[in-house]
Design a protein around this ligand. Structure first.
Ligand SMILES: *Cc1c(COP(=O)(O)O)cnc(C)c1O
Length: 429
């Protein structure tokens, strides 16, 4: 930590010595009206486009043009198996076995499909525990599952509340909730990395706690996949889901990844919704057979998948495989540590970093609270060529992404922030 230094020369030196620095060239960086690249710190919201993506999509457009339906079996990357080309590299990113991973549908849809299987309420055990500041879509999905099963969505929801002083969620509070309600809870569903604070939870610890009370445990890893070491298999979680358009750079609204732990791979007694893509691959096209469940996470697929969206995922995963998740995490820790150092060196009483300072409890995102600021601050940052994400009432979420952000980006960000902080409100203009 104390190795960091002030001044631009230090940032440039770090970029020069960064073994991943060239990956920046593999992405399209958004530019301002004068053609200068913007400082893009919103890879946590929508990752940038790899230059490879266009050619991968063009390949499939060409196969479709030239082969028509035959592209399902005759193309260079036959569509029938296309999702399988993504499995190994996605499994590597999230720390899972190939049988535990599939890419299908979109995130919230998959959360519902997972709850069909892993939220099995009984008269006594029907509640769902989530973080109080969960991503709204997750909260809405969970509440609607409660209603769908005939429960009250207030009574049925147990909220793991953050500590009002730190804004972070603490494990002793979770342990207290479990002691009090453990035998009423059917499912624990937590965002693996909280979208607002950037706090990365100990998935294994939460899973073991949940399982010790007989609950099922699942994680939404939308802010974790491609950002932190999730180690999903070893966490023991029953399921996880994530989208691929944030850190995984696969384009707006792109498909979602699903993890179902190996111990459920061959369980035919689990309740599920099924379609022809959940059926045994060998006999799928005979069309007349009795349903025969495909083992593993693939068995949760319903439809034949949208290939053009999968191309973008394949392009992104190829970039990740080349960079290596461990290398990315190593750079991420340095880059975000440097960012934190520069922010702290501002010695500005109005600023507080909400995100945990322990590198093991966060990914690349820092959520910075600027007390007394309003949305004018965000507007000024945008005018200064910085793209961040504003959350009411006074938090900017900033994610220097190790694949395409540089130490110079971080340095420039803080330099441009300084004059803005002097007058954080619009009315001081
Ligand atoms: C981004 C995000 C979503 C968005 O869900 P979609 O179904 O892809 O629109 C949901 N949950 C979390 C935690 C997210 O970070």
């Amino acid at each position: 930590m104390s190795d960091y230094k002030l001044g631009k020369a230090y940032a440039l030196e770090q970029d020069k010595n960064d073994p991943l620095a060239d990956f920046r060239q593999q992405f399209h960086l958004p530019k301002d009206a004068n053609g200068n690249p913007l400082i893009y710190f919103t890879g946590n919201s929508l990752g940038l486009q790899p230059k490879l993506t266009k050619s991968y999509i063009e390949e499939e457009l060409n196969d479709w043009a030239n082969l028509g339906v035959e592209g399902h079996t005759e193309g260079e990357h036959p569509w029938l198996h296309y999702h399988e080309f993504l499995t190994q590299s996605m499994a590597d990113i999230v720390g899972a076995k190939p049988i535990e991973v599939v890419i299908m549908n979109t995130l919230t849809t998959n959360l519902h499909l997972m709850m069909v299987s892993f939220y099995k309420p009984t008269e006594k055990r029907y509640k769902i525990l989530i973080e109080a500041d969960a991503f709204p879509s997750d909260k809405y999905a969970v509440e609607s599952q409660l209603r769908h099963h005939g429960y009250d969505d207030k009574d049925g929801l147990i909220l793991w509340k953050p500590n009002p002083e730190t804004d972070l969620t603490h494990y002793d509070e979770l342990e207290r909730l479990m002691e009090q309600h453990g035998d009423e809870i059917a499912l624990i569903m937590i965002g693996g990395v909280n979208y607002y604070t950037g706090q990365f939870f100990d998935l294994k610890r939460i899973t073991e706690l949940g399982h010790s009370y007989g609950c099922k445990v699942g994680f939404d890893c939308a802010h974790g996949a491609g950002n932190v070491k999730l180690d999903l298999h070893n966490s023991g979680a029953d399921f996880a889901i994530w989208c691929t358009y944030k850190y995984l750079n696969s384009g707006p609204g792109s498909l979602s990844g699903v993890f179902v732990h190996e111990r459920h791979a061959h369980d035919k007694t689990l309740n599920r919704f099924t379609g022809w893509w959940s059926h045994n691959k060998q006999t799928r096209f005979k069309m007349r057979d009795e349903f025969d469940q495909l083992p593993g996470a693939e068995g949760w697929q319903l439809s034949n998948p949208p290939i053009l969206s999968m191309c973008a995922i394949r392009a992104s995963l190829d970039v990740f495989a080349e960079a290596g998740m461990d290398n990315l995490i190593e750079k991420s820790r340095k880059l975000t540590g440097y960012f934190e150092y520069l922010i702290n060196e501002l010695n500005n009483d109005h600023i507080r970093i909400i995100t945990p300072s322990n590198a093991k409890e966060r990914g690349c995102q820092l959520s910075i609270q600027v007390r007394s600021a309003d949305k004018a601050l965000h507007q000024k940052l945008t005018e200064a060529g910085i793209i961040t994400d504003w959350r009411e009432p006074d938090v900017i979420r900033c994610a220097p992404v190790p694949l395409y952000n540089s130490f110079e980006d971080v340095f420039e960000f803080v330099e441009r922030l300084k004059p803005i902080l002097a007058f954080p409100k619009g009315r001081n203009d």
